[in-house]
Write a protein that binds this ligand. Structure first.
Ligand SMILES: Cc1cc2nc3c(=O)[nH]c(=O)nc-3n(C[C@H](O)[C@H](O)[C@H](O)COP(=O)(O)OP(=O)(O)OC[C@H]3O[C@@H](n4cnc5c(N)ncnc54)[C@H](O)[C@@H]3O)c2cc1C
Length: 433
């Protein structure tokens, strides 16, 4: 490590320590209560909240409901899908993260009855609650792409890294073949809201970089195809990505929504403003439409007039409180707020829900608010990334002002993604960040 790198690391280390310390000093005395708190989903959000609540409350009965045995560190999937990490890098056991004093019910929630304040599971069990936190993440609707099946991933030039560690590894098998053989690659994203909107861009950038490193820059035709008219929801970031794409020769097909693939013929069909367009590919990366789990809509928890095809939970964008049911909070990817489908957002949402939940138990108003903070380290090549952080108003809100410039491709930002993000994520799961 040279001196410049060392200084950057030192600066980053002290900034990160400050971030953690800020949370440590905020601890309050535990509140005595016999409240029954049910949290649906033991992913990033549910686990982090449970770990914090056990320290804030004494005597509460906290139940986490989740059928998944494994905890998935989803930000690592992008690294698995480019051969930079093995599939096991993202997998741990759900129970390894849970504190004493929390009960895990390994079941899938089928319904919530917000009038009787009960949750029922697919096996027929019913639980009453005083407070409910809805944190089941989101559903990847792969079936919405005609002709696509997860069985196809890894074969015939098909990738789908969002689908989990096994599929991310298979994605790398297909993508790696493409970087050697060349041809046309299509990188798609859905028309719906999605988690970590930077992930499809990262995949395109990294596959391009890997092909270049293999000496095959001249043999690959890289095309990013998206339903939106811009490359990113935050205008200044969209412009930066546009310039990087131009410099790297990555083409774009905007206002194109992937609707079908013909895996045998290696042909993709896109819906356009005027009809359909069929494009031949050698490699395609599929990110399907995303929506809330079915029970959210069926239970009447979703917005009635927004995202009606996606079903996100109707919640106050600042407090994450359900707008019709005062005992219910939304947390994480499922929350119906305009931004925030990242683990970094979860990190800032959890203390807000904790604050309002504990305040409500004490019969007072909470004070903390969530400002839409969303972050996605945007990898642009191996060893370089941009640390893009923004809020509801599309303001850039850098965590390390003066240390990490948000729109520069930096080694330190790459380090954040490669090394620091997982450590911060794990600290968040334990309720310590
Ligand atoms: C490829 C990819 C790259 C990403 N990169 C980044 C990144 O660089 N930075 C970043 O900050 N974020 C990133 N993210 C996003 C981040 O991982 C998510 O935003 C975060 O995990 C959301 O947490 P969550 O708890 O809401 O959902 P999850 O972590 O998905 O957890 C939801 C849990 O709910 C459970 N569940 C679902 N349905 C039910 C039900 N009916 N009953 C009971 N339990 C249920 C599931 O089993 C799961 O355990 C990325 C995500 C992906 C897919």
């Amino acid at each position: 490590m040279d001196r410049r790198q060392f200084l950057k690391t030192a600066a980053f280390g002290s900034a990160a320590a400050t971030l953690v310390a800020r949370h440590r000093t905020a601890k309050a005395n535990p509140v005595r209560t016999s409240a029954r708190i049910v949290i649906i989903g033991a992913g990033a959000a549910g686990t982090a909240l449970a770990n914090r609540l056990v320290h804030r409350l004494e005597g509460a009965r906290i139940t986490l409901i989740d059928p998944r045995r494994d905890h998935l560190y989803q930000p690592g999937l992008s690294l698995v899908a480019t051969g930079l990490r093995p599939a096991g890098y993202v997998v741990s056991r759900t129970t390894d993260w849970l504190p004493d004093g929390v009960t895990l019910l390994p079941e899938r929630v089928a319904a919530v009855d917000a009038e009787t304040k009960t949750v029922s599971t697919e096996s027929g069990e019913t639980l009453g609650y005083d407070w409910l936190v809805v944190a089941p993440g989101l559903i990847l609707d792969h079936d919405a792409i005609d002709g696509f099946s997860l069985d196809l991933v890894g074969e015939n030039g098909i990738g789908a890294l969002y689908a989990g560690p096994e599929y991310a590894a298979r994605t790398w098998a297909a993508a790696n073949r493409f970087t050697q053989d060349g041809g046309t690659a299509l990188f798609t994203r859905p028309a719906t809201e999605m988690k970590c909107a930077g992930a499809p861009l990262k995949h395109a950038f990294l596959i391009d970089d890997i092909a270049r490193r293999a000496g095959n820059a001249g043999r690959v035709n890289m095309v990013y195809a998206a339903p939106q008219s811009t490359l990113f929801g935050v205008p200044i970031v969209a412009e930066k990505v546009r310039m990087l794409f131009r410099d790297r020769g990555i083409g774009t097909m905007m206002k194109r929504t992937l609707t079908a693939i013909d895996a045998g013929a290696k042909r993709a069909t896109f819906a356009t403003d005027t009809g359909t367009e069929v494009v031949d590919y050698d490699y395609i990366h599929v990110i399907p439409p995303q929506r809330a789990p079915e029970f959210v809509v069926q239970s009447g928890l979703a917005w009635a007039d927004r995202w009606t095809d996606q079903g996100w939970v109707e919640a106050d964008r600042q407090t994450l409180h359900h707008l019709r049911y005062p005992e219910i909070f939304a947390l994480g990817d499922v929350a119906g707020v305009p931004k925030g489908k990242t683990a970094a957002s979860v990190k800032w949402q959890v203390p807000v829900v904790e604050d309002h939940l504990v305040a409500a138990i004490e019969g007072r108003e909470g004070t903390q608010t969530y400002d839409g903070y969303t972050s996605c380290p945007l990898i642009t090549r191996i060893g370089r990334a941009m640390l893009v952080e923004f809020d509801y108003n599309n303001n850039l809100v850098p965590s390390f002002p003066g240390v990490i410039a948000p729109l520069e491709e930096l080694w330190i930002s790459w380090l954040m993604k490669e090394v620091a993000l997982k450590a911060t994520y794990n600290a968040m799961l334990r309720g310590r960040a």
